[in-house]
Ligand binder design. Structure first.
Ligand SMILES: [Zn+2]
Ligand SMILES: [Zn+2]
Length: 232
């Protein structure tokens, strides 16, 4: 399966305003990706429109979120149903500090409908660290029926390896995301625990042209795991 399981919409302040749900789905369809996920920072609020548009386009879509944990670690959460994603969205929203977005500094946080029409904005800044710690995620995912994987573990900011200094032994995760695939050997040498887990390479697209090319196949172990969790 070709895939891109880490895409931001115009709801993420750092996401381009052209990252509307139709633009994302159409670009993924154009690239003939088999499965895509919408994963805005600390929010799933554009997922209802995203799921509708993807269904009409006949492309497999997963509702998700890229949570920013209390430790400032980014992790991508994926859910089997829109309801599960929206329940988790409500919980995470309640765990955000009451900091207002300043669109002129951080960017717009635009909610859209299935026609890409803006239907509102979120006033609370959604890119801050939430009150959810990394060690709580496994239990929370059990509770909400989702799964999570650490995002871009090799990046110097907001990543598991940069912030924890290594792979924590007390937090289990089924697979992880690499951003700089060329660094694989170097990372495995430093963090041999990761060798035993499958990984994936998403785009983390904030602009339409960043959406993944259909040149990556989802690791069979990840595909099976997602099917078992009814996410695929
Ligand atoms: Zn991130
Ligand atoms: Zn991201």
């Amino acid at each position: 399966m070709t895939y891109d399981l880490h895409i931001h919409s115009c709801l993420s302040p750092c996401g381009d305003n052209d990252m509307t749900v139709n633009n994302i789905v159409n670009m993924a369809a154009l690239k003939e990706l088999d499965v895509i996920a919408l994963t805005d920072h600390n929010s799933s609020k554009n997922c209802p429109a995203f799921m509708k548009v993807a269904e009409e386009a006949g492309i497999k879509a997963i509702p998700g979120m890229e949570i920013n944990t209390a430790e400032e670690i980014h992790a991508v959460c994926l859910f089997p149903t829109l309801d599960a994603a929206m329940d988790f969205d409500s919980y995470v929203f309640s765990m955000l500090p009451p900091v207002k977005n300043k669109p002129e500094i951080f960017g717009d946080q635009i909610l859209v409908d299935e026609n890409d029409e803006p239907i509102g904005t979120i006033d609370t800044l959604i890119i801050t660290a939430s009150g959810v710690s990394l060690s709580e995620l496994p239990d929370l995912m059990k509770q909400y029926g989702g799964i999570f994987f650490p995002a871009h573990v090799d990046r110097s900011a907001n990543s598991l390896l940069a912030i924890m200094g290594g792979v924590p032994e007390d937090v289990d995760f089924p697979f992880y995301e690499l951003y700089h695939v060329g660094l694989y050997d170097e990372i495995m040498e430093k963090h041999p625990l990761l060798k035993y887990k499958p990984w994936l390479h998403n785009s983390d697209a904030h602009y339409l042209w960043d959406i993944a090319e259909p040149d990556r196949q989802l690791d069979k172990r990840i595909e099976e795991f997602l099917r078992m969790k009814k996410i695929l």
